[in-house]
Ligand binder design. Structure first.
Ligand SMILES: C[S@@+](CC[C@H](N)C(=O)[O-])C[C@H]1O[C@@H](n2cnc3c(N)ncnc32)[C@H](O)[C@@H]1O
Length: 656
C-alpha cells in the first residue's frame, strides 16, 4: 500500500484509504425521487401545485416548492438507503437543513427487530428483520467498528453538505462509539465546531446484569453536537423548581430589604466594569467577610419561590423509552422519547426551520418537529419504520400534509447500470437486458429460454415473464404473455415484477385460467439489488396479495368502500407464530386507505383507518365520500398488512 499522507490528527481504520494512499471518495449519487403517496392533502390542492407537470405512474419530485407550507412546501418521508437519499437530496437541499439529528444503529442487534400487534386482541409478534434490513445491519456491523466508521463517515460527509451555515448536527450514540464519533465529527466539521457532548441519563440503573458486574452502571447515552458555521441557532432551556418560603430559606436563598428573593453565585469571570454595572442594578451581594457575589432574583408564584435552573449538558430529567406515556409507545425497539427530541429541536432550531433525521426509525424526530412547527425530512431503510412513522404522524392532530417518497425505478435503473453496464448502442443494450433477465431468472431458480416474444424463462413446468426495472408490469403485458403460453400449450405462467400497473390480479388470474393457463404474480424484492443478499441466495419472491371490496353508493353523488376480503395466496409462507395468532383474514390488515379520485399517479389518501396499539379494532367500511359532480371515477384502495407490505386495487365507478 502506498504511503498515506496524514497532515493532522485523524482516526484511521482499515478501508478508509485506497491502495494508492488516496482517501476513499464518498459516493454522491443524484437520483430523482418518486412521490408514492401524499397524506392529508386534497387532490384539488395537489392538482394546482403540479399543473403543467407530466403525469406518470408516480409524480416525480420536482423540488419546485417554496420554503413554507403556503408556498407549497410538503414534509417528506423517504424510504431508502440514506446514502443514496442524501446524495439525491443535495441538488435541492445542499446547505439548507437547519438541524440534522441521527440515531444510527448501535451494535445491539435490536436495531431492526420490532414487536408488531396482530388482530383485535393485539397479540404481540416479534418481527424478524427482513433480508435487506439484515444486510444493512451486516454492512454496518459486519466488520465491527471498521464498517461502522466507514458507514458513518460517509453519512457525516453528506450531512455536512446538507447542513445550513447556521445549522447544527446531533449524533446520538452510546459508550460503544461516542469517543470515535467525536473524532469523526472533529475531522469533518473541525474541532472548533464542537458544541456539546450531552449526557442523557436515561435511568438509574444500567441495562443488563453484565453492565453492573464490575464497573459503575452504564446508564447514559451521548448526544454529540457540532455546528455548521460561525453563527448557529441556540435556544437555552431551563428547569423550573418551586419552593415554599421555608424550603427556600433552608437551602440558603435570601430576601433583600424590599422582600425580593434571590440566590447568589461567585463573580466568576465578570470584569470590574461588569461588576460596577451590576452594582448599579442592585445585583451585588456583599458577604459577611467582604467578598462579592452576584445576586440572581427569584420570582414568586402563588406565594412560592421559583428558581429557573439552566439546563446543562447532563440531562437527568428525561426517562427512557420504557417509561414513556403509553400513547407514545410504537413498539419500535430503539424508539427514543419525544421529550428528548423536543429539547434537541427547541434548542437548535426555530419554527419553520427544516429538521432532518435520516435514520428516523419510528419517526420520533419527525413527530416532534411536526408538533413544534418545524418542517421535516425523514428517511429510513426499513419498510416497517416508514409505516410506523406514517401512522404516528397521522395520529398527530392537524398534522400538515406530507409526502412519502422513494427512489423507486431510478434506484433500480442505477443498480441495473452499475451491475449490467450502461449501454449506449443497441447490441450492448440487448446484451445488458439479457444479463439482467438471466440474473433475475437465476435468483428465482429458473433457466432462460430463447426465441419467444414475451417469455423469458422456465422453472419446472412454469414459463416465466420478467417485468422491466423502470416500468410497471402492465395488464396488456401479462395478457400477451398468457396468450403466448396458451399458443405454446404451456399451462403455467409466473410473472415477476417490481411494480404493477394496477391491482386486478384476481381478475387476471381468472381470465388466464379460462385460457388454460395458471397465473402466478410475484414481487421482485428489493434484496435483489443487494449484492451480498443475492450472492447468498437470500432472496425470496412473494406472491402478490389481493383484496376484494364492494363500492356502495349510499346516497346521490356518494361512494363508500366496504372491504370484503384480503387474501395472501400462500399463507404457508407466513411464519407459524404469526399464522397461529390470526383469527380471521382481516387480522392481516394493519392499515387501509382510499383515494377517491385516483389519476394513475401518486396515491392521495382521502380516507384512512388503522390499528394503533391502543385501538385494535379496524373498521372494514369507509365513511361515505361525496363527489363534487357526477361522473366516472377511479377509486384506489390501499392495504398495508402487518408485515408492512402494500397491496392496492382500483375500482371504476360511475357516480350519479
Ligand atoms: C436506532 S434506530 C432509530 C430509532 C429512532 N431514533 C426512533 O426514535 O425510533 C436506527 C434506524 O436506522 C435505520 N437504518 C439503518 N441503516 C440505514 C440506512 N443505511 N439508511 C436509512 N436508514 C437506516 C434502521 O432501519 C433503524 O430504523
Amino acid at each position: 500500500m502506498a504511503k498515506i499522507d496524514i497532515t493532522r490528527t485523524e482516526l484511521v481504520w482499515p478501508g478508509k484509504y485506497n491502495e494508492d494512499g488516496t482517501l476513499k471518495e464518498v459516493p454522491r449519487v443524484s437520483l430523482p425521487f418518486q412521490v408514492i403517496e401524499t397524506v392529508n392533502e386534497s387532490r384539488a390542492t395537489r392538482e394546482v401545485k403540479k399543473a403543467g407537470v407530466q403525469g406518470g405512474l408516480f409524480d416525480v419530485y420536482e423540488g419546485k416548492e417554496g420554503d413554507t407550507f403556503e408556498a407549497g412546501w410538503r414534509n417528506k418521508l423517504i424510504w431508502g438507503d440514506n446514502l443514496l437519499v442524501m446524495g439525491s437530496l443535495l441538488e435541492k437541499f445542499a446547505g439548507k437543513i437547519d438541524l440534522i439529528y441521527i440515531d444510527p444503529p448501535f451494535a445491539t442487534g435490536a436495531d431492526f427487530s420490532f414487536v408488531t400487534d396482530v388482530g383485535e386482541a393485539g397479540l404481540e409478534v416479534e418481527k424478524e428483520p427482513s433480508a435487506i434490513e439484515e444486510k444493512a445491519y451486516r454492512d454496518t456491523w459486519g466488520a465491527g467498528v471498521d464498517s461502522f466508521l466507514s458507514m458513518l463517515g460517509q453519512r457525516i460527509t453528506l450531512m455536512k453538505a446538507l447542513l445550513s451555515q447556521s445549522g447544527v448536527v446531533v449524533v446520538h450514540c452510546d459508550w460503544r462509539m461516542a469517543h470515535r464519533v467525536r473524532v469523526l465529527l472533529d475531522e469533518s466539521f473541525g474541532m472548533d465546531a464542537f458544541l456539546n457532548s450531552v449526557v442523557w441519563v436515561y435511568g438509574e440503573s444500567a441495562r443488563g446484569a453484565k453492565a453492573i458486574a464490575s464497573q459503575f452502571p452504564r446508564n447514559h447515552d451521548d448526544l454529540i453536537c457540532y455546528r455548521g458555521g460561525e453563527k448557529w441557532t441556540f435556544n437555552g432551556d431551563s428547569l423550573k423548581r418551586v419552593y415554599t418560603v421555608e424550603e427556600a430559606r433552608k437551602i440558603g436563598f435570601r430576601q433583600d430589604e424590599q422582600g425580593r428573593w434571590f440566590k447568589t453565585a461567585p463573580r466568576g469571570d465578570y470584569t470590574d466594569e461588569s461588576i460596577a454595572r451590576l452594582a448599579k442594578e442592585g445585583r451585588i451581594h456583599k458577604t459577611s467577610t467582604g467578598g462579592i457575589r452576584i445576586k440572581y432574583f427569584l420570582p414568586m408564584e402563588s406565594g412560592n419561590v421559583v428558581e429557573l435552573v439552566p439546563v446543562g449538558d447532563a440531562w437527568m430529567d428525561i426517562a427512557d423509552a420504557m417509561h414513556m406515556p403509553d400513547a407514545e409507545q410504537t413498539g419500535y425497539a430503539t424508539q427514543k422519547p419525544e421529550a428528548l427530541l423536543a429539547r434537541v429541536a427547541r434548542a437548535f432550531s426555530n419554527e419553520n426551520d427544516l429538521v432532518a433525521d435520516v435514520f428516523c426509525g419510528s419517526g420520533t424526530t419527525l413527530a416532534v418537529a411536526e408538533k413544534l412547527g418545524r418542517r421535516w425530512i425523514g428517511c429510513d431503510l426499513g419498510r416497517w419504520g416508514i409505516h410506523v412513522t406514517r401512522k404516528r404522524l397521522l395520529g398527530i392532530e392537524n398534522c400538515k400534509p406530507f409526502e412519502v417518497l422513494n427512489l423507486g425505478k431510478y434506484e433500480r435503473q442505477y443498480w441495473q447500470g452499475v451491475t449490467f453496464g450502461e449501454a449506449k448502442d443497441k447490441p450492448l443494450a440487448e446484451q445488458a437486458l439479457y444479463e439482467y433477465l438471466a440474473f433475475i431468472l437465476k435468483l428465482y431458480g429458473a433457466q432462460p429460454v430463447a426465441g419467444m416474444a414475451h417469455l423469458h424463462g422456465k422453472k419446472g413446468k412454469a414459463m416465466i415473464h420478467i417485468g422491466a426495472v423502470d416500468a410497471p408490469v402492465t395488464i396488456a403485458e401479462i395478457d400477451a404473455a398468457v396468450d403466448e403460453c396458451a399458443k405454446l400449450k404451456q399451462s403455467e405462467l409466473h410473472v415477476l415484477g417490481w411494480e404493477w400497473e394496477m391491482g386486478l390480479y384476481d381478475l387476471m388470474v381468472e381470465a388466464a385460467k379460462k385460457k388454460g393457463v395458471k397465473l402466478l404474480l410475484l414481487q421482485i424484492p428489493r434484496e435483489v439489488m443487494e449484492q451480498q443478499a443475492a450472492a447468498k441466495g437470500d432472496v425470496r419472491f412473494f406472491e402478490l396479495a389481493y383484496l376484494e371490496a364492494e363500492i356502495k353508493q349510499p346516497k346521490k353523488l356518494t361512494a363508500q368502500v366496504v372491504l370484503k376480503d384480503f387474501v395472501i395466496p400462500n399463507t404457508e409462507l407466513i411464519p407459524e407464530d404469526v399464522r397461529s395468532k390470526v383469527k380471521k383474514r382481516s387480522d392481516y390488515i394493519d392499515y387501509w386507505a382510499v383515494d377517491w379520485d385516483f389519476q394513475n399517479d401518486t396515491f392521495m389518501q382521502g380516507w384512512v383507518a388503522y390499528r394503533t396499539r391502543k385501538e385494535r379494532k379496524l373498521p372494514l367500511s369507509s365513511d361515505a365520500h361525496t363527489y363534487g359532480k357526477p361522473g366516472k371515477y377511479r377509486i384506489l384502495v390501499k392495504v398495508i398488512d402487518i408485515f408492512g407490505n402494500d397491496t392496492s386495487q382500483a375500482f371504476d365507478v360511475e357516480v350519479k
